[in-house]
Design a protein around this ligand. Structure first.
Ligand code: NAD
Length: 271
């Protein structure tokens, strides 16, 4: 992890923003970045949870801060960027903010997705990451050390699955709105990697399969077993396995990687 710091100008504190930073994956990513020497802004809708995560981060490299707000608004993203700039040179963005509405853990079929839900999912999962990048990029260093990672999904490429009662695979519990939003975020990742290449800011995606977090919790046991049965490695990922991929992509060993999507799915979807 110390390599990340060698990319920094001597004596300069570096900061990072993790959106959805109080969530199951965001919390672990925030810890990783704090251990790596970044001063971390934990940005999340839940004030209490974001503050708890920020307060628990290792303070060896300086302080960390929580920013609470709705990241579908310009204001919340602007505040996160201002706070991060106070902490140090804003070098890393991890867009982990995301929602995947379900009915008591069950898949919502396409015919039940309301126009309001569609708009909300697209706003949280696609607009919020774009707003953060728009607010942040002018303040990020152009020495090649700045990096952005968007958390995509296995459904970015695959789309969602059929209903649990269908005989054909795959069964995936997310709705069409979630799948469409993650497909759009993957496309946005590709576009931004090109537009930001002249700023020497790398932009990549990490595409998890199924991860043990609140987002996949609450699923009926039978459906969870059905999903696990589709994964060659036979289990869900742990959040730290997603953080491993993100840590790699933000670091100097990924210096020639931009516009990529790194699949972390236990072999559930290949190529
Ligand atoms: N858990 C999985 O299996 C899985 C799989 C693939 C991709 N992902 C993606 O990984 C990311 C993190 O997922 P997770 O499992 O940690 O989910 P999570 O539900 O644990 O965390 C998401 C966080 O986003 C926050 N949030 C939601 N709407 C917000 C808004 N408008 N403004 C600010 N914050 C908001 C929530 O408060 C929550 O803390 C998401 O983008 C998700 O789509 C998760």
């Amino acid at each position: 992890m110390s390599e990340i710091l060698t990319a920094s100008p001597a004596g300069t504190a570096r900061s990072a923003i993790v959106t959805g930073g109080a969530g199951g994956i965001g919390r672990v990513v925030s810890e990783r970045l704090a251990h790596a020497g970044y001063r971390v802004v934990v940005a999340d809708a839940s004030a209490a949870a974001a503050e708890a995560v920020a307060a628990a981060l290792p303070a060896g490299h300086g302080t960390h801060r929580a920013v609470a707000g709705d990241l579908t608004t310009v204001e919340a993203n602007r505040t996160a960027v201002a706070v991060a700039r106070d902490l140090g040179t804003l070098s890393v963005l991890v867009n982990g903010v995301g929602i995947s509405p379900k009915d008591d853990g069950r898949k919502r079929p396409f015919f039940d997705v309301t126009p309001e839900e569609w708009d909300l999912v697209l706003a949280v999962n696609v607009k919020a990451p774009l707003l953060l990048v728009q607010e942040a990029f002018r303040h990020m260093p152009s020495d090649g050390s700045a990096s952005i990672v968007n958390i995509l999904s296995i459904v970015s490429k695959w789309g969602t699955g059929g209903l649990p009662s269908d005989t054909f695979p795959p069964f995936l519990p997310s709705s069409v709105a979630y799948a469409a939003s993650k497909g759009a975020l993957q496309n946005l990742t590709a576009s931004l990697s090109r537009e930001l290449s002249s700023f020497r800011i790398r932009v990549n995606g990490v595409a998890p399969g199924f991860v043990q977090t609140q987002m996949t919790g609450g699923m009926p046991q039978q459906e969870a077993a059905q999903m696990t049965g589709q994964i060659p490695m036979g289990r869900f990922a742990r959040p730290d396995e997603i953080a491993d991929a993100i840590e790699f992509l933000v670091g100097p060993r990924a210096s020639y990687i931009t516009g990529a999507s790194l699949d972390v799915n236990g072999g559930a979807l290949t190529c």
